[in-house]
Write a protein that binds this ligand. Structure first.
Ligand code: ATP
Ligand code: MG
Length: 250
């Protein structure tokens, strides 16, 4: 496995899932064998790829709580598969609470998926056991965020968690970058926040910025990544650019 990337931010609605789906679709477009793991009980990555959760036989819940192999589901997109979410995942936090290695479950299970080139993990908007499993299994962390007034305050929480995970649980975890999503060029405040962010986190903010576009919302209602739904849109191009930035243009 060449890359294991987790998207995390305890703040909800910043675009974690949208970025997971579209970065994954960009890797798939480049012929990388790509796997999404949906660790959010909300299952937005699962439905965002047009998958009907009622038809699933196994999910990321089994991945965390049992030892059985979970067959990744087809997405209808070449080179892209997903281990879907299930509402039962919400109970996994409680079921695992007595297990001393509860945060390392996913890391151990990922060995079964070494045939994939890239694994991208979506996490819920909280810093509980599910997100910790994502942070312990991954090598790279991307923090998705919006350039809005309180954004910097919210960031300290996820950065602290990242540092704690690095010192106690997963020393290999690397902050790949902070990704600004839903950017509105015309707003003065967005530009100010971006400038502050870049001066606070020198070298850690991706140059690639994902613009806000109604096409993203439309693509979701069709159960498709925007990369597939509208391949020539500015947002699709931004995700391809993000991939080039991550891979240093391989
Ligand atoms: P949660 O914390 O609930 O899991 P999230 O961080 O995963 O949320 P998303 O679900 O990806 O966030 O996005 C939140 C909402 O913002 C969605 O309705 C999505 O369609 C919209 N959205 C995300 N990115 C963009 C964008 N670049 N342009 C326009 N809308 C966007
Ligand atoms: Mg989400």
């Amino acid at each position: 496995m060449k890359r294991i990337i987790v998207f995390a931010n305890q703040k909800g609605g910043v675009g974690k899932t949208t970025c997971v789906i579209n970065l994954a679709a960009s890797y798939a477009e480049r012929n990388r064998n790509t796997l999404i793991i949906d660790l959010d009980p909300q299952g937005n990555a699962t439905t965002g790829l047009g998958i009907d959760k009622r038809k699933l036989t196994s999910s990321s819940y089994e991945l965390l709580v049992s030892k059985e192999y979970v067959m990744p589901a087809e997405t209808g997109i070449d080179n892209l598969k997903i281990i879907c979410s299930h509402p039962d995942l919400a109970g996994a936090e409680i079921e695992l609470v007595e297990d001393s290695k509860r945060n390392l479950r996913l890391k151990e299970r990922l060995r079964d998926y070494s045939n994939f080139d890239v694994v991208i993990i979506d996490t819920p908007p909280s810093l509980g056991i599910l997100t910790l499993n994502g942070l312990c299994a991954a090598k790279d962390l991307i923090i998705a965020m919006q350039a809005e007034f309180y954004a910097l305050e919210g960031l300290s929480m996820i950065i602290n968690t990242y540092e704690r995970v690095r010192s106690r649980l997963n020393p290999e975890l690397n902050l790949l970058g902070i990704l600004v999503n839903m950017f509105m060029q015309r707003l003065v405040v967005s530009n100010e926040v971006l400038r502050d962010l870049k001066s606070h986190f020198k070298g850690k903010v991706f140059n690639t910025i994902i613009p806000r576009s109604i096409r993203v919302v439309e693509s979701q209602s069709f159960g498709k990544p925007i990369i597939i739904f509208d391949p020539k849109s500015s947002v699709s191009n931004a995700f391809r650019e993000l991939l080039r930035e991550i891979e240093k243009d391989v």
